[in-house]
Design a protein around this ligand. Structure first.
Ligand code: ADP
Length: 243
């Protein structure tokens, strides 16, 4: 594969997986050959976001075939374990699972592999940073201070291990009421842009908080695949284009 782009966040629940999924679809919409590796071992969601069921086929003794939907190849630990099963794994097992999903999956000749990292600054992030030639990391945050503080920690971690920061995305940036069209910045507004400017990191864009993004994600038909010409798809495709 030509480029590996990690999508990271300091905190959980800020929309990192949703953004990774739609970003991967955004790259595909630009005509690139794309794969997504769900490295969020303790809380995999890409199988659900892509509406995929079933298990990857074994192509050889140590080679799995990724599943594919909407033109994107997908590999997630979520294909291999039951939904209600907890992954009670120590660091070395997490590292080994991620390494296997990188090396023992027939990704073939991808232009871009998007990696949905778990939140925080732990073993998975270090494995990716140290064992793979990452093109860089994209950081997702909400505009809130509480999320941005942890996002900054993530940025520092990538800097320490010499992974370039490709930019910051502000997710859930504002909410437009579908009943009255009033725009409310539920989690504040502009915090991530300001932070990116302060740190000299590219600001990649804002994605609004919108029920359609949540609904399409829950239905396994992500917004960029469902409505590629729509306003939300344009946000994600616009960010993919900048990368
Ligand atoms: P994370 O990967 O950071 O834990 P998720 O991508 O799982 O976060 O998102 C958490 C929840 O927020 C999900 O229910 C998802 O559908 C929803 N969500 C994420 N981004 C948006 C958005 N821009 N608008 C509406 N809902 C969103």
């Amino acid at each position: 594969m030509r480029h590996i782009v990690a999508v990271a966040s300091g905190k959980g629940g800020v929309g990192k997986s949703t953004t990774s999924c739609n970003l991967a679809l955004g790259f595909a919409a630009l005509g690139l050959k794309v794969g997504i590796l769900d490295a969020d071992i303790y809380g995999p969601s890409q199988q659900k976001l892509f509406g995929l069921r079933g298990k990857p086929r074994l192509l050889g003794p140590r080679m799995l075939e990724p599943l594919e939907r909407f033109g994107v190849k997908v590999m997630s630990i979520g294909f291999l374990v039951e939904e209600d099963n907890a992954m009670v794994w120590r660091g070395p097992m997490v590292i080994s699972a991620i390494t296997q999903m990188l090396r023992e999956v027939a990704w073939n000749d991808l232009d871009i592999l998007v990696v949905d990292l778990p939140p925080g600054t732990g073993d998975a992030q270090l494995t990716m940073a140290q064992q793979t030639p990452l093109a860089g990391a994209v950081i997702v945050s909400t505009p809130q201070d509480i999320a941005l503080i942890d996002a900054r920690r993530g940025i520092e971690m990538f800097k320490k291990v010499n992974v370039p920061i490709l930019g910051l995305i502000e997710n859930m940036a504002s909410f437009c009421c579908p009943a009255c069209n009033h725009v409310t910045p539920i989690f504040g507004h502009g915090g991530a842009r300001l932070d990116a400017e302060k740190r000299g990191i590219p600001f990649l864009g804002e994605i609004p908080l919108d029920m359609v993004i949540r609904q399409t994600s829950d239905d396994g038909r992500p917004i960029v695949a469902t409505d590629p010409e729509g306003v939300h798809a344009k946000h994600y495709i616009g960010i993919a284009r900048q990368l």
